[in-house]
Design a protein around this ligand. Structure first.
Ligand code: DOR
Ligand code: ZN
Length: 360
Protein backbone atom coordinates (compact mmCIF):
# COMPACT_ATOMS: atom_id res chain seq x y z
CA UNK A 1 0.00 0.00 0.00
CA UNK A 2 1.25 3.49 -0.76
CA UNK A 3 1.84 5.39 2.46
CA UNK A 4 0.50 8.89 2.30
CA UNK A 5 1.76 11.94 4.04
CA UNK A 6 -0.73 14.19 5.74
CA UNK A 7 -0.71 17.76 4.53
CA UNK A 8 -0.15 19.75 7.67
CA UNK A 9 1.61 22.73 6.09
CA UNK A 10 0.51 25.74 8.04
CA UNK A 11 -0.93 28.19 5.60
CA UNK A 12 -1.51 31.49 7.28
CA UNK A 13 -0.99 35.20 6.95
CA UNK A 14 -2.49 38.21 5.26
CA UNK A 15 -4.01 36.18 2.43
CA UNK A 16 -4.23 32.46 3.06
CA UNK A 17 -1.71 31.36 0.41
CA UNK A 18 0.74 34.24 0.59
CA UNK A 19 2.73 33.01 3.55
CA UNK A 20 3.72 29.40 3.84
CA UNK A 21 5.32 27.95 6.96
CA UNK A 22 6.98 24.55 6.63
CA UNK A 23 8.80 22.31 9.02
CA UNK A 24 12.48 22.75 8.21
CA UNK A 25 13.10 20.67 5.05
CA UNK A 26 15.99 18.51 3.78
CA UNK A 27 17.57 18.09 0.37
CA UNK A 28 17.79 14.36 -0.37
CA UNK A 29 20.14 14.75 -3.37
CA UNK A 30 22.85 17.39 -3.56
CA UNK A 31 26.25 17.98 -5.18
CA UNK A 32 28.53 20.06 -2.98
CA UNK A 33 31.86 19.28 -4.70
CA UNK A 34 34.95 19.99 -2.61
CA UNK A 35 37.51 22.69 -1.81
CA UNK A 36 36.82 26.23 -3.01
CA UNK A 37 33.64 25.34 -4.91
CA UNK A 38 32.17 23.60 -1.88
CA UNK A 39 33.05 26.54 0.34
CA UNK A 40 31.39 28.86 -2.19
CA UNK A 41 28.10 26.98 -2.52
CA UNK A 42 27.58 25.35 0.87
CA UNK A 43 25.71 28.19 2.53
CA UNK A 44 23.12 28.32 -0.26
CA UNK A 45 21.97 24.90 0.93
CA UNK A 46 22.62 25.32 4.67
CA UNK A 47 20.43 28.45 4.66
CA UNK A 48 17.37 26.51 3.54
CA UNK A 49 17.87 22.91 4.55
CA UNK A 50 18.68 21.23 7.85
CA UNK A 51 20.33 18.24 6.14
CA UNK A 52 21.34 17.14 2.67
CA UNK A 53 22.32 13.83 1.14
CA UNK A 54 25.73 14.65 -0.32
CA UNK A 55 26.67 12.94 -3.56
CA UNK A 56 30.03 11.15 -3.68
CA UNK A 57 31.01 11.87 -7.32
CA UNK A 58 34.19 13.73 -6.46
CA UNK A 59 37.52 13.22 -8.20
CA UNK A 60 38.56 10.71 -6.90
CA UNK A 61 35.14 9.36 -5.85
CA UNK A 62 34.20 8.81 -2.21
CA UNK A 63 34.31 5.01 -2.14
CA UNK A 64 35.24 4.31 1.49
CA UNK A 65 33.88 5.20 4.90
CA UNK A 66 37.24 6.77 5.78
CA UNK A 67 37.00 9.07 2.74
CA UNK A 68 33.40 9.93 3.62
CA UNK A 69 34.47 10.81 7.18
CA UNK A 70 37.17 13.17 5.88
CA UNK A 71 34.80 14.74 3.34
CA UNK A 72 32.19 15.26 6.06
CA UNK A 73 34.78 17.02 8.24
CA UNK A 74 35.69 19.34 5.36
CA UNK A 75 32.02 20.23 4.86
CA UNK A 76 31.47 20.93 8.55
CA UNK A 77 34.63 23.04 8.67
CA UNK A 78 33.38 25.15 5.73
CA UNK A 79 30.04 26.03 7.39
CA UNK A 80 29.53 29.65 8.30
CA UNK A 81 29.64 30.32 12.04
CA UNK A 82 26.29 29.63 13.65
CA UNK A 83 24.88 27.53 10.79
CA UNK A 84 23.39 24.23 11.88
CA UNK A 85 23.54 21.77 9.01
CA UNK A 86 24.08 18.03 8.82
CA UNK A 87 25.63 16.48 5.73
CA UNK A 88 24.29 12.96 5.19
CA UNK A 89 27.15 11.13 3.54
CA UNK A 90 27.05 8.53 0.76
CA UNK A 91 29.48 6.01 -0.71
CA UNK A 92 30.15 5.69 -4.45
CA UNK A 93 29.51 2.11 -5.54
CA UNK A 94 32.12 0.44 -7.74
CA UNK A 95 32.43 -3.12 -8.96
CA UNK A 96 35.20 -3.48 -6.36
CA UNK A 97 33.17 -2.26 -3.34
CA UNK A 98 33.49 -5.06 -0.76
CA UNK A 99 30.49 -6.13 1.29
CA UNK A 100 32.57 -5.32 4.40
CA UNK A 101 32.66 -1.62 3.44
CA UNK A 102 28.86 -1.57 3.33
CA UNK A 103 28.76 -3.00 6.84
CA UNK A 104 31.23 -0.36 8.02
CA UNK A 105 29.11 2.34 6.40
CA UNK A 106 25.94 1.17 8.12
CA UNK A 107 27.70 1.18 11.50
CA UNK A 108 29.35 4.58 10.95
CA UNK A 109 26.29 6.63 11.88
CA UNK A 110 27.11 9.25 9.23
CA UNK A 111 26.91 7.31 5.95
CA UNK A 112 23.25 6.99 5.03
CA UNK A 113 23.24 5.53 1.52
CA UNK A 114 25.26 4.10 -1.36
CA UNK A 115 25.12 5.70 -4.82
CA UNK A 116 25.05 3.80 -8.09
CA UNK A 117 26.42 5.62 -11.11
CA UNK A 118 26.37 3.59 -14.30
CA UNK A 119 29.88 4.13 -15.73
CA UNK A 120 29.84 7.02 -18.18
CA UNK A 121 26.29 8.14 -17.35
CA UNK A 122 27.17 11.56 -15.94
CA UNK A 123 29.74 13.83 -14.23
CA UNK A 124 32.63 11.86 -12.68
CA UNK A 125 30.98 8.51 -13.27
CA UNK A 126 33.90 6.77 -14.97
CA UNK A 127 34.66 4.76 -11.85
CA UNK A 128 31.03 3.65 -11.72
CA UNK A 129 29.38 0.36 -12.51
CA UNK A 130 29.48 -1.36 -15.92
CA UNK A 131 27.43 -4.41 -14.96
CA UNK A 132 25.32 -4.24 -11.82
CA UNK A 133 25.41 -8.03 -11.42
CA UNK A 134 29.08 -7.62 -10.53
CA UNK A 135 27.93 -5.74 -7.42
CA UNK A 136 25.58 -8.43 -6.14
CA UNK A 137 27.55 -9.18 -2.96
CA UNK A 138 27.64 -5.46 -2.07
CA UNK A 139 23.91 -5.16 -2.86
CA UNK A 140 23.14 -8.17 -0.67
CA UNK A 141 25.06 -6.53 2.18
CA UNK A 142 23.24 -3.27 1.55
CA UNK A 143 19.86 -4.99 1.62
CA UNK A 144 20.77 -6.46 5.00
CA UNK A 145 21.57 -3.05 6.46
CA UNK A 146 18.38 -1.38 5.24
CA UNK A 147 20.38 1.60 3.89
CA UNK A 148 19.07 2.63 0.48
CA UNK A 149 20.80 2.33 -2.87
CA UNK A 150 20.50 5.68 -4.64
CA UNK A 151 20.28 5.14 -8.37
CA UNK A 152 21.21 7.27 -11.33
CA UNK A 153 18.75 5.43 -13.52
CA UNK A 154 20.08 5.67 -17.07
CA UNK A 155 21.64 3.12 -19.37
CA UNK A 156 24.75 4.30 -21.16
CA UNK A 157 24.46 2.20 -24.32
CA UNK A 158 24.97 4.76 -27.12
CA UNK A 159 22.46 2.83 -29.23
CA UNK A 160 19.69 3.84 -26.81
CA UNK A 161 18.21 7.27 -27.51
CA UNK A 162 19.09 9.71 -24.72
CA UNK A 163 15.39 10.40 -24.07
CA UNK A 164 14.74 6.67 -23.48
CA UNK A 165 17.68 5.88 -21.21
CA UNK A 166 15.77 6.12 -17.94
CA UNK A 167 12.90 3.90 -19.04
CA UNK A 168 15.28 1.26 -20.43
CA UNK A 169 17.35 1.27 -17.23
CA UNK A 170 14.26 0.67 -15.10
CA UNK A 171 13.22 -2.29 -17.24
CA UNK A 172 16.59 -3.85 -17.97
CA UNK A 173 18.72 -3.07 -14.91
CA UNK A 174 16.72 -1.95 -11.90
CA UNK A 175 13.77 -4.36 -12.12
CA UNK A 176 16.05 -7.41 -12.28
CA UNK A 177 18.21 -6.07 -9.41
CA UNK A 178 15.12 -5.58 -7.24
CA UNK A 179 14.05 -9.12 -8.09
CA UNK A 180 17.49 -10.53 -7.22
CA UNK A 181 17.47 -8.61 -3.90
CA UNK A 182 13.95 -8.66 -2.49
CA UNK A 183 14.95 -6.66 0.61
CA UNK A 184 16.98 -4.00 -1.22
CA UNK A 185 15.68 -0.47 -0.67
CA UNK A 186 16.11 1.97 -3.55
CA UNK A 187 15.71 5.66 -4.28
CA UNK A 188 15.41 6.34 -7.99
CA UNK A 189 17.08 9.73 -8.12
CA UNK A 190 15.91 12.76 -10.11
CA UNK A 191 13.18 10.94 -12.04
CA UNK A 192 12.28 12.52 -15.36
CA UNK A 193 9.62 10.37 -17.00
CA UNK A 194 6.02 9.24 -16.58
CA UNK A 195 7.36 5.67 -16.70
CA UNK A 196 9.62 6.30 -13.70
CA UNK A 197 6.80 7.94 -11.74
CA UNK A 198 4.59 4.90 -12.45
CA UNK A 199 7.41 2.47 -11.61
CA UNK A 200 7.60 4.06 -8.15
CA UNK A 201 3.95 4.75 -7.44
CA UNK A 202 2.81 1.31 -8.60
CA UNK A 203 5.74 -0.56 -7.10
CA UNK A 204 6.68 -1.66 -3.62
CA UNK A 205 7.14 0.50 -0.53
CA UNK A 206 10.88 -0.19 -0.63
CA UNK A 207 11.27 1.97 -3.75
CA UNK A 208 11.04 5.76 -3.59
CA UNK A 209 12.11 8.65 -5.84
CA UNK A 210 13.48 12.17 -5.63
CA UNK A 211 12.33 14.98 -7.89
CA UNK A 212 14.25 18.10 -8.83
CA UNK A 213 12.71 21.56 -9.09
CA UNK A 214 13.92 21.92 -12.68
CA UNK A 215 12.24 18.73 -13.86
CA UNK A 216 9.00 19.93 -12.22
CA UNK A 217 9.18 23.35 -13.85
CA UNK A 218 10.59 22.70 -17.32
CA UNK A 219 10.24 20.44 -20.31
CA UNK A 220 12.84 19.86 -23.02
CA UNK A 221 11.77 22.90 -25.03
CA UNK A 222 13.60 24.95 -22.39
CA UNK A 223 16.91 23.63 -23.73
CA UNK A 224 16.31 25.36 -27.05
CA UNK A 225 14.28 28.45 -26.08
CA UNK A 226 15.48 31.08 -28.57
CA UNK A 227 18.87 29.35 -28.85
CA UNK A 228 20.92 26.73 -27.08
CA UNK A 229 20.59 27.05 -23.29
CA UNK A 230 23.49 25.31 -21.56
CA UNK A 231 22.27 26.21 -18.08
CA UNK A 232 19.16 24.10 -18.66
CA UNK A 233 21.24 21.04 -19.51
CA UNK A 234 21.32 18.37 -16.86
CA UNK A 235 21.24 14.59 -16.70
CA UNK A 236 18.90 12.90 -17.01
CA UNK A 237 17.99 15.48 -19.62
CA UNK A 238 14.63 17.32 -19.49
CA UNK A 239 11.83 15.40 -21.22
CA UNK A 240 8.54 16.17 -22.99
CA UNK A 241 5.73 18.19 -21.38
CA UNK A 242 3.63 15.06 -20.76
CA UNK A 243 6.46 13.70 -18.60
CA UNK A 244 6.79 16.95 -16.68
CA UNK A 245 3.07 16.82 -15.92
CA UNK A 246 3.38 13.25 -14.66
CA UNK A 247 6.25 14.29 -12.37
CA UNK A 248 4.22 17.20 -10.96
CA UNK A 249 1.31 14.83 -10.36
CA UNK A 250 3.63 12.42 -8.49
CA UNK A 251 5.29 15.14 -6.40
CA UNK A 252 1.95 16.68 -5.40
CA UNK A 253 0.10 13.36 -4.96
CA UNK A 254 0.67 13.15 -1.21
CA UNK A 255 2.49 9.83 -1.64
CA UNK A 256 5.41 9.51 0.76
CA UNK A 257 7.36 7.71 -1.96
CA UNK A 258 8.23 11.02 -3.62
CA UNK A 259 10.45 13.57 -1.95
CA UNK A 260 12.63 16.61 -2.56
CA UNK A 261 16.10 16.22 -4.06
CA UNK A 262 17.44 19.26 -5.88
CA UNK A 263 20.35 17.59 -7.71
CA UNK A 264 21.79 21.10 -7.57
CA UNK A 265 25.09 20.68 -9.39
CA UNK A 266 27.52 23.60 -9.50
CA UNK A 267 29.75 23.94 -12.55
CA UNK A 268 31.81 27.05 -13.27
CA UNK A 269 30.13 29.30 -15.82
CA UNK A 270 32.83 28.71 -18.45
CA UNK A 271 32.39 24.94 -18.22
CA UNK A 272 28.65 25.27 -18.87
CA UNK A 273 29.02 27.84 -21.68
CA UNK A 274 31.35 25.57 -23.60
CA UNK A 275 31.48 23.51 -26.81
CA UNK A 276 30.97 20.44 -24.61
CA UNK A 277 29.10 21.89 -21.65
CA UNK A 278 28.86 20.08 -18.32
CA UNK A 279 25.55 18.64 -17.13
CA UNK A 280 23.92 20.20 -14.09
CA UNK A 281 21.52 22.93 -13.01
CA UNK A 282 22.40 25.12 -10.06
CA UNK A 283 19.27 25.50 -7.94
CA UNK A 284 20.59 25.43 -4.38
CA UNK A 285 20.27 29.19 -3.80
CA UNK A 286 16.53 29.31 -4.59
CA UNK A 287 15.47 25.71 -4.19
CA UNK A 288 12.46 26.14 -1.92
CA UNK A 289 11.18 29.09 -3.93
CA UNK A 290 11.36 27.00 -7.12
CA UNK A 291 9.53 24.04 -5.57
CA UNK A 292 6.89 26.39 -4.11
CA UNK A 293 6.34 27.79 -7.59
CA UNK A 294 5.89 24.31 -9.08
CA UNK A 295 3.43 23.24 -6.35
CA UNK A 296 1.57 26.56 -6.52
CA UNK A 297 1.09 26.22 -10.30
CA UNK A 298 -1.18 23.22 -9.66
CA UNK A 299 -2.79 24.53 -6.47
CA UNK A 300 -0.91 22.03 -4.29
CA UNK A 301 0.98 24.22 -1.80
CA UNK A 302 -0.60 22.29 1.05
CA UNK A 303 1.35 19.22 -0.12
CA UNK A 304 4.75 20.91 -0.15
CA UNK A 305 5.60 20.17 3.48
CA UNK A 306 5.00 16.45 3.09
CA UNK A 307 7.26 16.39 0.03
CA UNK A 308 10.00 18.64 1.42
CA UNK A 309 10.07 17.85 5.12
CA UNK A 310 8.26 14.62 6.03
CA UNK A 311 8.54 11.91 3.36
CA UNK A 312 12.35 11.85 3.12
CA UNK A 313 13.02 11.36 6.85
CA UNK A 314 10.35 8.64 6.92
CA UNK A 315 12.06 6.70 4.11
CA UNK A 316 15.56 7.12 5.57
CA UNK A 317 14.39 6.38 9.13
CA UNK A 318 15.64 9.73 10.41
CA UNK A 319 13.92 12.13 12.81
CA UNK A 320 11.95 15.09 11.52
CA UNK A 321 13.73 18.42 11.85
CA UNK A 322 12.84 20.92 14.50
CA UNK A 323 12.18 24.50 13.49
CA UNK A 324 10.49 26.04 10.50
CA UNK A 325 11.11 28.02 7.34
CA UNK A 326 8.77 30.60 5.85
CA UNK A 327 8.09 31.40 2.24
CA UNK A 328 6.29 34.52 1.14
CA UNK A 329 4.65 35.25 -2.19
CA UNK A 330 6.92 38.18 -2.95
CA UNK A 331 8.82 38.73 -6.23
CA UNK A 332 12.52 38.04 -6.08
CA UNK A 333 15.07 38.83 -8.79
CA UNK A 334 17.57 36.01 -9.34
CA UNK A 335 21.12 37.37 -9.85
CA UNK A 336 22.61 36.79 -13.30
CA UNK A 337 25.45 34.96 -11.62
CA UNK A 338 26.54 34.04 -8.13
CA UNK A 339 30.14 35.12 -7.78
CA UNK A 340 32.15 34.28 -4.71
CA UNK A 341 35.88 34.46 -4.69
CA UNK A 342 37.14 32.87 -7.90
CA UNK A 343 33.99 30.89 -8.64
CA UNK A 344 31.01 32.09 -10.67
CA UNK A 345 27.99 29.87 -11.12
CA UNK A 346 24.88 30.77 -13.07
CA UNK A 347 21.75 29.91 -11.10
CA UNK A 348 18.63 28.50 -12.70
CA UNK A 349 16.34 31.44 -13.70
CA UNK A 350 19.33 33.75 -13.80
CA UNK A 351 18.14 37.35 -14.38
CA UNK A 352 14.47 36.41 -13.98
CA UNK A 353 11.97 37.08 -11.23
CA UNK A 354 10.67 34.30 -8.98
CA UNK A 355 7.21 34.65 -7.44
CA UNK A 356 8.27 33.30 -4.02
CA UNK A 357 10.88 34.41 -1.48
CA UNK A 358 12.31 32.49 1.44
CA UNK A 359 12.28 34.67 4.54
CA UNK A 360 15.38 34.56 6.76
O1 DOR B 1 23.06 17.06 -14.28
C1 DOR B 1 23.72 16.37 -13.52
N1 DOR B 1 24.81 16.85 -12.88
N2 DOR B 1 23.34 15.11 -13.34
C2 DOR B 1 24.08 14.26 -12.64
O2 DOR B 1 23.71 13.12 -12.57
C3 DOR B 1 25.36 14.68 -12.03
C4 DOR B 1 25.42 16.11 -11.84
C5 DOR B 1 26.83 16.60 -11.56
O3 DOR B 1 27.50 16.03 -10.70
O4 DOR B 1 27.25 17.57 -12.18
ZN1 ZN C 1 23.00 14.19 -8.90
Amino acid sequence: MTPTVPSPAVVAGPAATDLLTLRRPDDWHLHLRDGAVMAAVLDDTARQFARAVVMPNLKPPVTTVAQAADYRERILAALQPGRVFEPLMTLYLTEATPASEIGLAARSGFVHAVKLYPAGATTNSNAGVRDLRHCDSALAALAETGMPLLVHAEVTDPAVDIFDREKVFLEQVLRPALDRHPQLRVVVEHITTAEAAAFVSQGEDRVAATLTAHHLLYNRNALFQGGLRPHMYCLPVLKREAHRQALVAAATSGSARFFLGTDSAPHARELKEHACGCAGCYTAAHALELYAEAFDQVGALSRLEGFASLAGPAFYGLPLNAGQVRLQRRPQLVPTELARGDIAVVPLRSGETLPWTLLD
